[in-house]
Write a protein that binds this ligand. Structure first.
Ligand code: GTP
Ligand code: MG
Length: 430
């Protein structure tokens, strides 16, 4: 695992480098790389970029640029080189040979952060598989050996290498076996999750999924909604100012004051160019959103790159097959932007703060309006000996009025199409 000998107190320094081939969001992805670097507790010392139409196939950067990087690293006492792209195994090896730095590409960096943040068994297995998958073609890429090699089981580690050809073959086979073994375990865990999911589906509740960029405030929104609707504190999820605080999916039932209920899920956040190994390994976790009736895309409105983040989120959603689900665009952290007035709704957008109750109430209103548009107001006369239907209404529907007549209870409520179907025989007309 990538653990610092000093316990992370004096962070390693790194040179950040990338190729600018005219892509429109280059600067944004370099900034994001710096944030990811910090999330892996490495200190970005200096950023070096090269304008090139496409990377040099053997060494990624041109040789002059590699020299510049090497000299800069010496001047800054940096020992890591973090590159804004996924490198080929050859590029990785060549750059390490030429610079004597530990080369960490964007994929390895994100994998490392995920490895550190994974808490649930499912997330741990998913990260381990993705990490091994990344390592497999790169087994002999490096001659530097700064990181512990006992990583195969724990899922982390930027690099790994064998001492010779035979050792390498052995490593390769071992890793492949390990991947197979972990996949098998993951399947079992996923099946358990699947069973839970099926039970939830049977409950027939509308489901809402929070999606969006990492650190946008999804978990804070979830916790705010839970608190406001009086759910137990233990139902709260983990929220923190760091990239990829959440790596698993939490689903909670929420009952509003008018008895309407939903299932709300909070899950992994996105980042630009999420490594394909991770998308693959996390598919089941991510696909929670695919089953939702409504998506709430949480956006950090205080981030200057909010627009790009929306694009990234939508691209990732398409990649994991989440399309055609109604979406609320929730522009969060409005409290940090003095020029924004909040809470405020415009069409399918809300400007709000997940830490502000008035905001959350307005969000609830919006959720209800979208999800329960097909609810109808009906009046029923339920005979006294059919009490179970009355109970059902009282616990599931928003009751607008109740009266007691000689023949039974006269009750007016807002009901779902399903409930309306069941209660049709009691419908009251005067
Ligand atoms: N000022 C302010 N900070 C907020 C608001 N909402 C969330 N935050 C902060 O933003 C940080 C990230 O919040 P999370 O809820 O953990 O973000 P997330 O989207 O779940 O992030 P990941 O789990 O990493 O994908 C935390 O430090 C929150 O306290 C808000 O409305 N205003
Ligand atoms: Mg979260």
């Amino acid at each position: 695992m990538f653990m610092k000998m000093n316990g992370g107190k004096n962070m390693d320094g790194a040179i950040l480098a990338g190729i600018d081939s005219g892509q429109e969001n280059f600067e944004y992805t370099m900034n994001e790389l710096a944030a990811l670097t910090q999330a892996a507790t490495i200190k970005p010392e200096l950023t070096i970029t090269q304008k090139l139409d496409k990377p040099v196939s053997a060494t990624y950067f041109g040789s002059g640029k590699l020299n510049e990087i090497k000299n800069a690293a010496t001047a800054k006492s940096a020992i890591d080189l973090i590159i804004n792209d996924e490198l080929t195994p050859t590029q990785l090896r060549n750059i390490e040979d030429q610079t004597n730095l530990t080369v960490i590409d964007r994929t390895a960096l994100i994998l490392e952060i995920f490895a550190r943040r994974a808490h649930t068994r499912e997330a741990k297995l998913q990260v381990q598989i993705a990490s091994l998958q990344y390592r497999l073609p790169r087994l002999r890429t490096s001659s530097l050996n700064r990181f512990d090699q006992q990583t195969a089981g724990s899922g982390g580690g930027f690099t790994s290498r064998g001492s010779g050809e035979t050792q390498m073959e052995l490593n390769r086979r071992t890793i492949q076996n390990q991947i197979n073994h972990l996949r098998h375990q993951l399947k079992e865990v996923e099946q358990e999750e699947q069973t839970k999911r099926k039970a939830r589906d049977r409950s027939n509740l509308k489901t809402v999924a929070l999606v969006g960029y990492t650190n946008a405030g999804k978990s804070t929104t979830m916790n705010g909604l839970l608190r406001l609707t009086g759910q137990d504190e233990e139902k709260q999820v983990f929220e923190k100012n760091m990239l990829f605080a959440t790596l698993d999916t939490s689903v909670r039932k929420i009952q509003f004051a008018d008895n309407k209920q939903i299932l709300l899920s909070d899950t992994v956040g996105f980042v630009s160019s999420l490594p394909h190994q991770l998308v693959e390994a996390f598919k089941t976790t991510l696909s929670e959103a695919a089953q939702a009736d409504l998506l709430i895309q949480v956006i950090d409105a205080s981030d200057p790159h909010a627009k790009e983040m929306v694009k990234t989120t939508e691209k990732t959603l398409r990649e994991i097959g989440v399309t055609g689900i109604p979406m609320i665009y929730a522009f969060n952290k409005a409290d940090l932007e003095p020029q924004l007035s909040y809470p405020q709704i415009a069409g399918d957008q809300i400007t709000f703060s997940a830490q502000d109750d008035e905001s959350l109430k307005l969000l609830i209103k919006m959720i209800k309006k979208t999800l329960f548009a097909d609810f109808e107001t009906k009046t029923y006369l339920i005979p006294f000996d059919e009490g179970k239907y009355l109970e059902q209404l009282n616990s599931n529907a928003s009751i607008l009025n109740t009266d007691y007549l000689a023949k039974g209870t006269l009750i007016t409520a807002e009901v779902s199409p399903a409930t309306a179907g069941i209660l049709q025989k009691f419908e009251y007309s005067n």
